[in-house]
Design a protein around this ligand. Structure first.
Ligand SMILES: Cc1cc2nc3c(=O)[nH]c(=O)nc-3n(C[C@H](O)[C@H](O)[C@H](O)COP(=O)(O)OP(=O)(O)OC[C@H]3O[C@@H](n4cnc5c(N)ncnc54)[C@H](O)[C@@H]3O)c2cc1C
Length: 497
């Protein structure tokens, strides 16, 4: 009996899990090696005193990408978790505690825009037509390309509508062609924050994010984002994939086979997908001479921000909060400059508060709220307890002002998370949270390559390679890397056992 090809996968974030499930379902022998004691990477969860905290993602956008993934295993999302469409999708808090709630209904959203600026409803319709086109071409087609050559990007659709994709105009000027009111501009620009760059440095192509957030809507998987991890692991296990936690990979070598050393074992594999942070694998795990890029390459790259996070358990309800709350009550440009232009701890930061207990009673004890407060900061900042404490006080004060409630004495659990934790937990370069920023020169084929140029059947997946950061793109990245492996490492002459 011949042996199946053995694939090693480093890291169990959604990109690694997606690759594992895909390869296992095609008959490969798959071993996932994860350094942490939990699977899921940035989608990990922890529980304390009756609260369940999602540690990373909280915005479920592009639901069709998740659905398409599960459909490829003859499943549907609802086989694994219940998805709720949030209404309002989110609220934005401006100066003087003015809060604008974004309705789930498209008609109500048009009315809201028109009530803020005359003519904005028609302009939103026009803006969204372009955004929808980009979404369909981008998400249904372009993001599934491995980024080997530019010819991949030339399809009948992209040739026909190349200029409509707006690769070369900036997001910021694109939005300003449609809207004048500062609040509407902030609303339209905020999704770009997920892409890790200033709107002025982000191609207008990414207005596809507005289509997802404002037209498709904002969703939430009941019981939290780890339901996605559980679903992907279940599919992998049903197809024979094996998962090893607390199994940090310490080095990778290559002679006639790929040789992986972990803290407990050495294994040889026929192919490998590295879904841990790209720079860590390339610079720290691969033997010298086998890596794709050296340190000088990474120094020239624009990284997405890191962030300071507080996970709080509050023993009372906070009526003025919605599930998603964006505090845009300070100047966006000043904070963006503190992240990208002159990296430093921000003077007057914007921040985000997630309160999933508004939707999901399972994440907090009865009568309590589960809060996740996130402030984006530049990657690589000096992270010490003093700064964490200082910002905790500042953000809490602003939250108390908006909610018109005292909160500090109602905190029954608190934990902070910042640059040092990202480095320690994920081996993340400079403690970045979301990988590489999606600037023009770091989009599509300009991203770090998916294949290793020195080792056959060695691919990278995850938020630092194509198509980019975010849960849906990371899932796609794992699928694309797996598809490349399947194309190049066939087992046609072998019997699958
Ligand atoms: C705070 C935060 C909020 C976010 N919010 C959103 C959101 O709302 N919506 C959204 O779509 N996206 C969001 N994102 C982005 C999204 O979570 C990521 O882009 C995505 O999860 C990345 O998946 P990945 O597989 O590339 O990497 P990861 O999830 O980081 O997985 C990589 C894995 O590799 C492991 N690893 C590292 N080194 C080794 C080693 N030597 N050996 C073995 N294993 C190793 C790590 O432990 C980790 O488990 C957020 C991210 C963060 C951090």
């Amino acid at each position: 009996m011949l042996k199946r090809k053995h694939i090693g996968i480093i890291g169990s974030g959604v990109s690694g899990l997606s690759a594992a499930a895909t390869l296992a379902s095609k008959g490969y022998n798959v071993s996932v090696l994860e350094k942490n004691d939990q699977l899921g990477g940035r989608l990990r969860q922890f529980k304390e005193q009756g609260f369940t905290f999602d540690m990373g993602p909280s915005w479920y956008w592009m639901p069709d990408v998740f659905e398409k993934f599960f459909n490829s295993f003859n499943h549907t999302t609802s086989d694994f978790y219940k998805l709720v469409k949030l209404d309002p999708g989110f609220q934005v808090i401006f100066k003087n505690s003015e809060a604008i709630q974004i309705p789930a209904s498209w008609d109500q959203l048009l009315q809201l825009f028109e009530s803020i600026e005359v003519g904005a409803a028609d302009n939103l319709k026009k803006f969204m037509l372009g955004a929808e086109y980009k979404y369909h071409v981008g998400i249904n087609d372009l993001v599934y390309k491995p980024g080997r050559s530019f010819s991949e990007l030339i399809t009948s659709q992209t040739l026909k509508g190349f200029f409509k994709l707006q690769l070369f105009s900036s997001f910021s000027s694109h939005v300003r062609k449609y809207f004048k009111d500062e609040r509407l501009i902030a609303l339209m620009e905020f999704p770009v924050l997920f892409l890790g760059a200033k709107p002025s440095d982000t191609p207008a192509l990414y207005s596809l994010m507005n289509y997802s957030g404002l037209k498709q809507g904002t969703f939430y998987p009941l019981e939290g984002f780890s339901k996605i991890t559980d679903a992907m692991v279940q599919i992998g296990k049903e197809n024979g994939a094996q998962y090893f936690t607390s199994e940090a990979v310490t080095s990778i070598n290559y002679t006639d086979q790929i040789n992986i050393k972990t803290i407990t074992r050495t294994i040889n594999v026929d192919g490998m997908i590295a879904s841990a942070d790209y720079q860590h694998v390339d610079a720290k795990l691969l033997q010298p001479g086998l890596n794709n890029y050296d340190e000088s390459y990474w120094k020239t790259k624009t990284f997405a921000p890191s962030c300071l996070i507080f996970y709080l358990g509050i023993n009372k309800k906070l009526d003025k909060l919605q599930h998603h709350n964006l505090f845009f009550d300070e100047d966006f440009e000043t904070h963006a400059n503190d992240i990208y232009t002159t990296p430093r701890w921000p003077s007057n930061p914007l921040f985000y508060v997630c309160c999933p207990s508004k939707t999901d009673p399972s994440v907090a004890p009865l009568g309590s709220e589960n809060l996740f407060i996130l402030m984006p900061i530049a990657a690589g900042l000096e992270d010490d307890g003093t700064m964490r404490f200082e910002y905790f006080k500042k953000l809490l004060q602003r939250l108390e002002k908006f909610t018109n409630e005292t909160i500090e004495q109602n905190i029954v659990f608190q934990r902070s998370y910042c640059v040092k934790d990202f480095e320690k937990d994920y081996n993340s370069y400079k403690g970045n949270a979301y990988g590489l920023a999606n600037t023009l020169m770091q989009t599509a084929n300009f991203k770090p390559k998916m294949y290793n140029k020195n080792i056959k059947n060695f691919y990278y997946a995850g938020q630092l390679t194509v198509p980019g950061p975010g849960v849906p793109p990371a899932i796609i990245s794992g699928q694309v890397a797996a598809a490349e492996m399947i194309k190049n490492l066939k087992y046609t002459n072998e019997t699958v056992i």
